[in-house]
Ligand binder design. Structure first.
Ligand code: SF4
Length: 386
């Protein structure tokens, strides 16, 4: 099996990679075949990483020929794949819209977490996020989202070949706001959890949102994946700046949506993960910790502190290790289960918040950011000359 990915210009063929089990059943019925073919094909695609119908040996030659006429298995094109010295791996893949997006595999003991992107760019413009600075191009299709899992899983070989799966967890925490690409994300997560897909449990698939409250409510009853919420600030005043969607859905509404979603899960022991990026001097001071304790006192949660990973001209700095420890201690003393995310894949720009890809920006935001950077460069040059 090679890493080569089928590329075809025949856009009228149905891409089976992007179909859920139900969708595949409907597809087979539509071409006059039995529904059970869906499970057979899913095993070939998702368990064995096969994209060539000729390799699907338990399918009759007649059906294989028929499939070749009307269908394909097409993942995004791999542009590059890098290994970090710490074992982290990053792929850049090109999607249909022409943009490229990134996904990252982070091994940690027996756990292997794949962080996937849901959009090319992001419309939300969180002030400390490199993806946000690139503007927005497009929602990824189901085939483009699950295709990231397919590419990564395939690079580790067939699922049944090893008892321990290399990918044990998937987080929708890469580029984009998953809840703004709702239907495709729900279908993709269903494929991740389907036994004929990647067989991951609902606890091991995590959707991370910046707080799109109506979509969080829409998730109720439709899915029961784990939830992570990017809070990043303890007050509306500060969150309005760092995470601008807060102006629409302030912290009080966000907390209610979290409570409603978590309350809808059958397993009441599960808690939401609160993500909090620590920015030096901005939200990492003791008064911020105290305010955060107040916000979270009635939210059963795990708190994940993420020391900011700098990128050029972000305008923010990473806090010192002492400041991070102080913040963590204050939260732990208040009884909050608080971890600090280790920086992984820094040498290949795969650390949290550093994913950038190549986005064909539709929002002009990247042009504005570029102008800002050029301005800053000029100021620095003038200062240096002075
Ligand atoms: S932090 Fe997430 S939601 Fe905010 S701009 Fe970046 S990708 Fe979008």
């Amino acid at each position: 099996m090679t890493d080569a990915v089928i590329a075809t210009d025949n856009v009228s063929k149905t891409n089976l990679l992007g179909l859920t089990q139900k969708g595949l059943e409907e597809f087979f019925v539509s071409i006059g075949e039995k529904k059970f073919r869906a499970q057979q094909i899913m095993k070939w695609i998702h368990h064995f990483g096969v994209s060539d119908f000729d390799e699907m040996t338990n399918i009759s030659k007649v059906l294989r020929e028929k499939l070749k006429q009307v269908a394909e298995v097409r993942a995004p094109e791999i542009i590059s794949s890098d290994f970090s010295t710490d074992g982290t791996r990053k792929w850049v893949v090109r999607v249909e819209s022409g943009s490229s997006v990134e996904m990252v595999f982070i091994p940690d003991g027996k756990r292997g977490t794949l962080c996937v992107s849901s959009q090319a760019g992001c419309a939300l413009d969180c002030s400390f996020c490199s993806t946000g600075k690139q503007g927005f191009n497009s929602d990824l299709t189901v085939a483009e989202i699950i295709g990231q899992v397919w590419i990564a899983a395939r690079s580790f070989g067939s699922i049944p070949a090893t008892k321990e799966r290399a990918i044990t967890n998937v987080v929708l925490m890469g580029m984009g706001e998953p809840l703004l690409n709702f239907d495709n994300v729900i279908d993709s997560m269903n494929l991740m959890m389907d036994d004929f897909g990647y067989g991951l449990s609902k606890r091991r698939v995590t959707l991370s949102t910046s707080g799109v409250v109506p979509a969080m409510r829409k998730m109720i009853g439709l899915t029961d994946v784990s939830l992570a919420v990017s809070l990043h600030a303890p007050t509306d005043e500060l969150r309005d700046i760092l995470v601008p969607i807060n102006r629409k859905y302030p912290i009080r509404e966000l907390k209610q949506a979290i409570a409603d979603y978590m309350g809808s899960l059958s397993d009441r022991a599960r808690v939401v993960t609160i993500e909090y990026t620590l920015l030096a001097g901005v939200n990492d001071q003791p008064e911020h910790a105290k305010a955060l304790v107040k916000v979270l006192k009635d939210v059963p949660c795990k708190l994940n502190l993420i020391p900011f990973n700098p990128f050029p001209h972000s305008g923010y700095e990473r806090p010192s290790n002492n400041a991070v420890r102080r913040f963590q201690t204050l939260m732990q003393e208040a009884g909050l289960n608080t971890t600090v995310r280790k920086t992984r894949g820094d040498d290949i720009d795969a650390a949290c918040g550093q994913l950038v890809g190549q986005v064909e920006d539709k929002t002009r935001r990247s042009a504005r950011y570029q102008a800002l950077r050029e301005n800053q460069n000029e100021v620095v040059q003038v200062e240096q000359a002075g």
